[in-house]
Design a protein around this ligand. Structure first.
Ligand code: 3PY
Ligand code: MG
Length: 251
C-alpha cells in the first residue's frame, strides 16, 4: 500500500525533481539521493513509452514513487504509464474544466472514471488485477498543470473538478503565456501564481510548483504550496559540473 497520494493530499511538503535523462542509471542515482518522488518527463524530454516502464522500475528499486508527466492529454498515454506502474500522472497545459475532467476520466477506474483494465506491470502482469483495482483509485495521484493564460482565467472551474488531487503551477509556460517574462514580469507572474494557489487551496486541492532551484522554496510556504519539483537531473548535472570546474579553476 503506497501512501504517496495521501501524503500529497494531507499537505505534507514533498520535494521531487524531473527525470529527463533517458536512462535508468540516472533515475537510480537520483532516487538514491533522497528525493520524496520523481517525475519522469515525457513532455519535454526524449523519453518514449517503452523506456518509461524501465525508469519506473529503477525508481521502485529505491522505493521512490515515480509519476510521469505525459506528453499531452491523450487518454492512452495516461493509461500506458499507469499500466507501467507509475504512482501518478502530471498532465500539462490544462486550461479548461473539460480538459481536467478528461484527465480524471483517463486516470480513474469506474465509477470515478473510464480507465480501462489491463494486464500491465501495475497489475502484476495480469495476476493481481483484482488487488490493483481495489487500490488504484485511492493510490494514484492526478496532478494537472495550470500554465496558460486561459488556465489562469478559468482557474476557478479547473480547481473545482473532482478527482484532481494536485494543481501544479508551471511558471515557465505561464510567464510566456501571460507576457510576464524576466525581472519586469516578476510581479505579474507572482500575482498569477498566488491567484492559482489561493483558488486551489480554497477548493481543497494540494498545490505544487516547479522551481529551477531550491533557493526560494521557503517563500511559497505562506501560499501553502507543498508539492515541489525542483529542477531536473540534467539541470543538477550541469550545475554540479559547472560549479566543480569553477572551484577547481580558482583553487
Ligand atoms: C513550466 O514551468 O512551464 C513547467 O511546465 C514546469 O514544470
Ligand atoms: Mg510547462
Amino acid at each position: 500500500m503506497s501512501d504517496f497520494r495521501q501524503k500529497c493530499l494531507g499537505g505534507e511538503r514533498l520535494i521531487g525533481t524531473f527525470a529527463a535523462v533517458p536512462h535508468p542509471v540516472t533515475v537510480e542515482v537520483t532516487a538514491a539521493a533522497g528525493v520524496d518522488f520523481l517525475c519522469i518527463d515525457a513532455e519535454h524530454s526524449q523519453i518514449g513509452r517503452e523506456l518509461i516502464e524501465n525508469l519506473i522500475r529503477a525508481s521502485d528499486v529505491h522505493r521512490v514513487p515515480a509519476i510521469v508527466r505525459v506528453p499531452g492529454h491523450a487518454p492512452e498515454s495516461i493509461a500506458g504509464v499507469l499500466d507501467a506502474g507509475a504512482a501518478g500522472v502530471l498532465v500539462p497545459r490544462v486550461s479548461t474544466a473539460a480538459q481536467a475532467k478528461a484527465a480524471v476520466m483517463a486516470t480513474r477506474y469506474p465509477p470515478l472514471g473510464e480507465r480501462g483494465v489491463g494486464p500491465g506491470r501495475a497489475a502484476g502482469y495480469g495476476y493481481r488485477i483484482p488487488d490493483y483495482l481495489k487500490r488504484a483509485n485511492d493510490e494514484i495521484l492526478l496532478a494537472v498543470q495550470i500554465e496558460t493564460a486561459e488556465g489562469l482565467a478559468k482557474v476557478e472551474e479547473i480547481v473545482a473538478v473532482e478527482g484532481v488531487d494536485v494543481i501544479f503551477i508551471g511558471p515557465g509556460d505561464l510567464s510566456v503565456s501571460i507576457n510576464a517574462l524576466g525581472p519586469e514580469g516578476a510581479k505579474k507572474l507572482e500575482a498569477a501564481i498566488l491567484t492559482i494557489a489561493k483558488a486551489a487551496r480554497a477548493a481543497g486541492k494540494a498545490v505544487g510548483i516547479f522551481r529551477p532551484s531550491p533557493d526560494d522554496v521557503g517563500k511559497w510556504r505562506d501560499a501553502e504550496i507543498t508539492f515541489y519539483l525542483i529542477a531536473s537531473d540534467t539541470m543538477f548535472l550541469g550545475a554540479g559540473v559547472a560549479s566543480a570546474v569553477s572551484a577547481a579553476r580558482s583553487a
